[in-house]
Design a protein around this ligand. Structure first.
Ligand code: TRP
Length: 322
């Protein structure tokens, strides 16, 4: 059974693109019985500098994931900073990481291009991420395409450590999510916080309704048949949130003519809202019980620390730190 691990950076509010693209697949992987998921609060240090904001996002991510079906009985779920071994490991592997490797990182170059002032944290981000992965003897890392290069760097770093100090780390594979549909945003581009085209999973009812009813479509009359109904943005989203038969029925009615865009968008809102209703209820329950959520994270950290301690002992011995 491969060990699966992924990190979730607490730097924003989750949208349904995150849900269908990353959360649902990760939650399904729990069934394999060896899944490790953590809230990457150390990673958020390069993005946010407001302590309350960081605490808020961290807590929010924990609630979101637990509400959407992450089950601490089936996986290990913790807050990265509760297992600070990862920082020591970052230094150990960072001391073998060539500057050139880090200089080639797309994420780093993109940030510089955006005018973000570089610092050591931003530059070393892939090393911390490699440490996250190697610390837990990870076999598979489910990530989006944007993280592919970070996984290649992790492998390079692990191989170099093993060659230098002897077999220490498992070499992980990326499980790039190519098969999951790209979730379109309100403007038809990929749904992404940076495009401002998102539908939040736990957004306010009025705001979500307004966003969905505001989707711009073309000027064809309701009666006109629409042979391209399968390309319609609302239909594509309905296929994710509505029962298959309902989505197919609406698509057929749109294709045949007679279904107006207003009614279509109303259906999209209703199905989006009801799809997440059980998760909303669960989230409200969890939010009312912060001690429980804190305990879940602490228990997770304890289990994570046990695995981390074994890897650290091996890695320290290998390089002569003990
Ligand atoms: N960098 C990842 C992202 O932005 C988050 C992350 C941090 C991560 N550490 C990780 C993902 C380890 C996978 C494995 O999405």
């Amino acid at each position: 059974m491969p060990r699966v691990l992924t990190g979730i950076t607490p730097s924003g509010t989750l949208h349904i693109g995150n849900y269908f693209g990353a959360m649902r697949p990760a939650i399904e992987l729990q069934a394999g019985g060896d899944a490790y998921y953590f809230i990457a609060d150390y990673h958020s240090l390069t993005a946010i500098t407001d302590p309350e904001e960081r605490r808020g996002y961290t807590r929010g991510i924990a609630l979101d994931w637990l509400a959407c079906g992450l089950d601490p009985a089936k996986c290990v779920f913790w807050r990265q900073s509760d297992v600070p071994d990862v920082c020591e490991l970052t230094w150990m592997i960072g001391s073998l990481t060539p500057m050139g490797l880090l200089e080639r990182a797309h994420s780093y170059k993109d940030k510089l291009a955006k005018g973000i002032a570089p610092n050591l944290g931003l530059f070393a981000y892939p090393v911390l991420m490699a440490a996250d992965i190697l610390l837990f003897d990870t076999n598979l890392v489910p990530v989006g395409k944007d993280q592919k290069q970070h996984l290649e760097m992790t492998r390079d770093i692990a191989i170099k450590f093993n060659l230098t100090y002897g077999e220490t780390f498992a070499i992980p594979d990326a499980a790039i999510r190519e098969d999951v549909a790209v979730v379109p945003g309100l403007d038809g581009q990929k749904m992404s916080k940076s495009y401002g085209n998102t539908i939040e999973i736990f957004g306010d009812e009025k705001a979500i309704r307004k966003k969905i009813m505001g989707i711009v479509m073309d000027s064809r009359t309701p009666q006109e048949p629409k042979p391209d109904a399968d390309q319609n943005l609302a239909i594509r989203l309905l296929k994710l949130v509505a029962p298959a038969a309902t989505a197919a029925d609406l698509e057929n009615r749109l294709r045949a003519g007679g279904l107006g865009y207003g009614d279509l968008k109303k259906a999209l809102f209703e199905h989006t809202w009801s799809y997440f209703a059980p998760y909303r209820a669960r989230r409200a329950e969890l939010a009312a019980n912060p001690d429980h959520v804190e305990k879940v994270l602490r228990d997770g950290a304890e289990r994570a620390r046990a695995v981390a301690a074994a890897t650290m002992a091996r890695a320290r011995r290998a390089c002569g730190l003990r």
